[in-house]
Design a protein around this ligand. Sequence first.
Ligand code: PLP
Length: 412
Amino acid sequence: MEISARANAVKESVTLKLNEKVVSMSESGKKVFNLTAGQLPFRPMPELVEGIGKEFAFLKSFQYTAVPGVVELRKKVINYIEESRGVRFRDLGIEVDCVVSNGAKHSIYNILGALIDPEDEVIILSPYWISYPEMIRCWGGIPVEVASSKFESYIPAVEEIEKSITKKTRAIIVNSPNNPSGISYPKSWMKNFANLLLKHPHLSIVSDEIYFELSYFDPKPTYFYQFEPSLLKRTIIVDGISKSLACTGLRVGYSVGPKNFLAAVEKIQAQTTSGANSLIQRSLVTFDFALMEKFLSPIRVHLRNNANVIRKIFEENALQSSWYQVNSAFYFLVDFQSTPVFKRYLKNDSINHALKDDFSVAICSDLLERKGVAIVPGSDFGIANSGRLSLVLEEKPFLESIKLLAEFMVGE
Ligand code: PLP
């Protein structure tokens, strides 16, 4: 059968290829430290699991919900966003709504569908989540990348964002806390970003806050709309249960934003997937979101400890130039460019040449083959010669894997 140009244009995931290799190595009896996880490897809260069990008793739990979701859940999510982010839509005169979708990825896909006309530009800040450029292209839009580097702790300069705004720019996607860098954009950055947005009233903002609760150093993440609440009139906040409740497989995400815009999101959802999982939506209605704090508190300590392990091992191996302070989500982006091992990948020993090239895939494959440590190549995140590792592994194997990573980085 012939495949459409659109489907052909979707990039294949390097992560999947790498995972195949991890599986085949493990099956052949090799010890592999898998640091590619994009999810917390912990059982969800018993209160949540019990709540789901109780909903089994009701016929409604197995039937379609309204397309945008169960009303009580949507109200609850709006209240949660208002309380946790310290905003009050009513006081701002914004008629707000919430659409529940099959995961935050689905929320973002629908939002982009409601935003993008062919050839519209959408600004994404590098490093960015792998799916943004592909989703933008799927809707006929053009992703415009704003670069950043390890030297700026992966925080793109607001001035650079401004330079990339054109008449065709429709929206900017901001993801803080960030996957893959593991940092939240600081308060000062958010203030400047808010000022920039005020100068460009034609722009909409998609604020992907899926890692909001996973911040393990104070202060909690801040957002541009906290400084300029009027920006909420053109902002869609995305959140969900995948990361903060350790429920990636249950597929519930939500969008909160202006009601008139979300009506378009709802139309797209109505003609594609209909409402999200009714059983899970209903159990979330009775679930106490305040319990999240108790659940996440030891997890935050665990992530903080593992982040400290990286700092310590990098220090011991004179790899400080690859260190930057992470504070949220559960990732660290390893920069290989300034490490001894990188010399191997330089074709003509010329740094200028190397800066243009991206050896992330080769580096991460070698790391896996030689040391048995799997991390995700940075190419798909928009950062050359890097790899994303996940901080979720138990402390002991994590320490072991970081020691192996350091050995590799120093060229052993
Ligand atoms: N946004 C970011 C930045 C993510 O990292 C992910 C998942 O990895 C998502 C959105 C999607 O989350 P969900 O599992 O709810 O679709």
